[in-house]
Design a protein around this ligand. Structure first.
Ligand code: COI
Length: 363
């Protein structure tokens, strides 16, 4: 039986003026809507206790397993307002299915797709005005579902009590520089994930393990770090929270293949599909880092960009490493192909072009 959500409305919601001020300058991940969704799973009873309640602190025992052993997964997707006022999400079933795969890897219970979609609809039913108005640039309502081990127990084993939450945050550009290309540092001392590990799962630990590499990059004047495969330090994997793409001189669109250590990005897989519509030849394979370094110099690589739900498509500029660098091919605001892919994706998401792939779901 599918989950139902009892609604307890926030008695002190944000005023219309406050919401408008946030929509005018949302940033990323700083403001939250009036409500959140919560449900609890127990080993004996399965999923239940579905609620929509005022957004606010969660009570957890200090012994809650997630705080110690990081048994946690999350998702990221967006709600977009179209010109006619309707609200849509982009491939939410893909997020639901990825959360189920992440759950299996982290020994957490799977939330059925219909309950995942039901939770989005339950939250939007009360927080719909928080979806930024149409025509205000690329603003959306970022939706963050997450699942964590809430059982108060210090033994290392899969938790017997788990909590699902969904929160929402009006979002503008992920990077404060907007479309300014990001400079990348090749992380030599740190890997993000290893064979047999959790690299393909969307779990907080992968992001935590990327932070030292990111700090190293910042110390070298870069915005982000690019991680290589942990066993040979040869092949390009991804950034801390984004997949990478390369546009070649002969119009191939190349991205690292999924080896179990790379996140299966929904934006990544959508771009591989869109590439064909734009006359590009998509290619998934292992890419040696040397190919990037040399390809920029020889002109074989025309453009590099990163992608993810939060950052959409972000041009990549200079690449730096210990003792060297490869110049940017991105100009001031990204190359022609990068921007064509970005626009094609955004046009579908905001209902400005026909949804030929059937990617939109009305919320
Ligand atoms: C997303 O793109 O939605 C993510 O979860 C990645 C994070 C860097 C915000």
């Amino acid at each position: 039986m599918s989950l139902t959500f009892d609604v307890r409305r926030n008695p002190t919601p944000a005023s219309e003026e406050r919401r408008a001020a946030i929509h005018a300058n949302p940033g990323f991940g700083v403001f939250f809507t009036d409500h959140m969704v919560r449900a609890v799973w127990t080993r004996s009873g399965g999923w239940g206790d579905g609620r929509v309640e005022p957004y606010g602190p969660i009570q957890l025992m200090p012994s809650a397993a997630v705080l110690h052993y990081a048994q946690e997964i999350f998702e990221g997707l967006k709600a977009y307002r179209h010109a006619d006022g309707s609200v849509w999400s982009f491939r939410p079933e893909a997020n639901a299915e990825r959360m189920q795969r992440s759950a299996r890897r982290l020994a957490l219970p799977e939330l059925p797709t219909e309950d995942f979609l039901g939770s989005l609809r339950a939250l939007l039913a009360v927080d719909e005005p928080w979806v930024p108005p149409a025509g205000t640039g690329e603003t959306s309502l970022y939706l963050r579902p997450f699942v964590f081990a809430s059982e108060a127990f210090l033994g290392v084993r899969p938790a017997n009590e788990v909590t699902y939450c969904l929160i929402a945050s009006p979002a503008g550009a992920y990077f404060s520089g907007g479309l300014k290309p990001v400079t990348l540092w090749i992380s030599q001392h740190y890997a993000r994930a290893g064979a047999g590990g959790t690299g393909a799962a969307k779990t907080g630990g992968n992001y935590a393990s990327s932070l030292a590499g990111q700090l190293e990059g910042i110390e070298h004047g870069c915005d982000q770090a690019v991680f290589l495969d942990s066993s040979t330090q040869t092949y390009i994997e991804e950034l801390g929270g984004m997949n990478l793409f390369f546009v070649t001189r002969d119009n191939r669109l190349v991205t690292p293949e999924l080896t179990g250590t790379i996140l299966e990005g929904v934006t990544r897989s959508s771009i591989l599909e869109l590439a064909k519509d734009l006359g590009l030849d998509p290619e998934e394979r292992r890419i040696p880092i040397e190919e990037w370094k040399e390809g920029v110099a020889s002109g074989e690589i025309r453009e590099v960009f990163a992608c993810g739900t939060a950052a959409v498509v972000t041009p990549v500029g200079e690449l730096r490493w210990e003792g060297g660098s490869a110049p940017s091919t991105a100009g001031e605001s990204g190359g022609e192909v990068t921007n064509a892919i970005r626009s094609a994706l955004l046009d579908v998401q905001y209902g400005r072009s026909e949804d030929t792939h059937g990617w939109l779901t009305r919320l």
